[in-house]
Design a protein around this ligand. Structure first.
Ligand code: KG4
Ligand code: ZN
Length: 396
């Protein structure tokens, strides 16, 4: 089964083609168009700008993904005329109705559909929850238009489940010892991203139970906001992680304040990161200008912030794994691209003697291949394009 997948839940426009063959789920193409440069001046994602960019980019990214998958075929002129003749007004009318609120997207979609043949895929997978609603709608309406025009079914996908599903993508056995494809259950999943920090219990494939989540800021949000306090560029996570890798030149003992590890000892599996952000802000404000603007201060704080988030995420995940007698730990989300977090997770997890899974870095970040994988993993919930809904807030 071959699935074309689309993700537009936040600030990345992504389209992928993924195939399931003999129980292997393989990426055929996976294109991600990042909007980092557009949002950087605002220091965070600006939803209406993100929506506008999705409108402009969706058909372009689709073209690139199909081309890479060798599924992009120009309609031959004869069939094009025939097609236009056959399509009649009613088909265009429905298309216009689906995209009535998105003029730019409508224009670009019509151009695309008139130029290219229906690709040989079996279904369209689309993220419909959770995320920024104006952004989710762009992808969903685009997917609806394609599904209607090509007569394909739609598989709605939850973005958080998709982050975990990235662990099921085929990896070459020589590099990964071939063990990533059989995740032992029950499993504990951790999704740490810009919008979510969640611990999920999975008794078997396709079954999810939320056991803990953040009460305020997400881990990625904390990386981004504290980086901003230190004057680092957006997105703060990678910028802060880079700085944390730098060696301290001189250690000024006045700076050596340990930051809190919020809720690390609490009995439940919830998280809270806003207190850490506030502690960073107070520390920053209490320093003399000459100190807080020094490179050493920023390096020290970057190391300490990162370690605080790493400690909390690892500690709580291992605790949940023990409490739920998990036979494996699976992780995902943009924060899991953090090198130090990956390294320390692998070491600390050894105590539990259960396998630990993390997707390769580019697959931790938002991408449509994980959405397709999620659609292919279980018995896909295939629906007609008319029935799809959007929910910005739904968790797992
Ligand atoms: O999963 P993702 O791409 O988008 C969401 O679904 O939110 O995650 C983006 C988040 C951002 O907050 C970003 O700063 C963070 O992941 N991130 C990192 C790193 N790379 C991305 N955080 C820490 N270290 C990194 N290397
Ligand atoms: Zn995400």
């Amino acid at each position: 089964m071959k699935v074309l997948a689309i993700d537009s839940s936040c600030d990345d426009t992504s389209v992928a083609v993924v195939e399931k063959k003999n129980n292997r789920i393989e990426i055929i193409s996976n294109i991600v168009s990042s909007q980092i440069k557009i949002h950087a001046p605002y220091g965070g994602v600006y939803p209406m700008l993100a929506k506008r960019e999705h409108q402009r980019n969706l058909s372009l990214v689709l073209t690139r993904a199909l081309k890479q998958a060798k599924l992009l075929k120009i309609l031959n002129p004869k069939s094009e005329i025939l097609n236009k003749f056959k399509i009649q007004n009613s088909k265009y009318k429905t298309l216009k109705k689906i995209l009535q609120r998105d003029e730019v997207l409508l224009e670009k979609t019509i151009k695309f559909l008139e130029k290219y043949e229906k690709p040989t895929v079996d279904a369209i997978a689309i993220t419909n929850t959770p995320g920024l609603e104006p952004c989710l709608w762009q992808g969903v309406n685009f997917a609806k238009a394609l599904a209607f025009w090509w007569g394909l079914p739609i598989i709605p996908v939850n973005h958080i489940k998709a982050h975990l599903a990235a662990n099921w993508l085929w990896k070459e056995p020589s590099r990964f010892k071939g063990r990533s494809h059989s995740v032992p259950f029950p499993a504990i999943g951790l999704v740490a991203s810009g919008g979510h920090t969640e611990l999920i219990y999975m008794p078997k494939t396709g079954q999810y139970k939320l056991v803990g989540s953040t009460r305020d800021d997400a881990a990625g949000e904390c990386f981004d906001k504290t980086a901003r306090i230190l004057g680092l560029p957006y997105p703060g996570g990678p910028a802060l992680a880079n700085l944390a890798r730098t060696k301290l030149q001189t250690i000024n003992h006045k700076l050596l304040t340990n930051l809190p590890r919020p809720m690390i000892k609490s009995k439940n599996f919830d998280f809270s990161f806003s207190g850490l952000k506030t502690a960073v802000l107070y520390n920053f404000q209490s320093q003399k200008k000459s100190i807080r603007e020094s490179q050493d201060y920023k390096i020290y704080m970057a190391k300490e912030i990162q370690q605080s988030i790493v400690d909390v995420l690892i500690n709580k995940t291992l605790k949940a794994a023990s409490a739920y007698k998990a036979k494996s730990i699976i992780t995902g989300g943009g924060v899991m691209a953090n090198q130090e977090l990956r390294r320390q997770f692998k070491i600390k997890n050894k105590k539990l003697k259960i396998p630990f899974f993390v997707p390769e870095k580019r697959l931790c970040m938002d991408n449509a291949a994980m959405v397709a994988t999620c659609a292919l993993l279980n018995k896909p919930k295939i629906i007609n394009w008319q029935k799809i809904k959007v929910n910005g807030n739904l968790n797992i």
